[in-house]
Design a protein around this ligand. Structure first.
Ligand code: SF4
Length: 181
């Protein structure tokens, strides 16, 4: 039986997808292309590979690989070998895709007057949902249990054992875990 939470989640998700689809049409792209570009614009340096794009979007590696090929041909992404592990290829937005994303975000991201309240509500929904499903990953770094605040503008990831810039704590990460309660 469908419950109220299900109805509201379904409505939010269908509205978002419909706006994304419209934005993709305007740019001459498919929905999945926009989803990949959006993901790359918010993920951190540990999460920008073809494998993580495929996990995040829940699509097969084969289909993501075709989309990545198209985006690279169109000059919308660039592939760069990882400086720490040459076997890994990292994906980055280009100037062209960053400009396109600015246009897209203007049409799909609403300007909430009480943004903090709305964000806290989304955070709480995601956290409860992930706990309920026993899933983890792809949360915002600043809410991760491995993120240590070392003082003004100084952060550390205790999983990767590396320093983080403040801007990185706002990105999403494949390894993210909420605090357990
Ligand atoms: S603190 Fe958590 S979310 Fe941030 S980089 Fe480390 S594992 Fe990822």
């Amino acid at each position: 039986m469908i419950n109220d939470a299900h109805i509201w989640l379904e409505r939010l998700s269908s509205l978002h997808r419909s706006l994304m689809r419209k934005a993709a049409n305007v740019e001459g792209l498919q929905l999945v292309h926009i989803e990949i570009l959006q993901y790359l614009s918010i993920c951190n340096r540990y999460s920008n590979t073809a494998q993580t794009v495929s996990e995040y979007l829940g699509q097969t590696k084969g289909s993501i690989s075709q989309s990545l090929h198209f985006l690279a041909e169109e000059g919308l992404i660039k592939r760069v070998p990882c400086t720490k592990d040459g076997r890994v290829v990292r994906l980055y937005l280009t100037d062209k895709s960053q400009t396109a994303l600015k246009r897209i975000q203007k049409t799909i991201v609403p300007d909430f007057s009480d943004e903090e309240k709305v964000i806290n509500a989304f955070k709480s929904i995601l956290s409860s949902w992930q706990r309920h499903e026993g899933t983890k990953g792809f949360g915002q770094c600043q809410t991760c249990r491995f993120n240590e605040n070392l003082g003004p503008n100084r952060f550390r990831c205790n999983l990767m054992d590396e320093s983080l810039k403040k801007s990185e704590t706002q990105q999403i990460c494949r390894e993210h875990e909420f605090e357990t309660v």
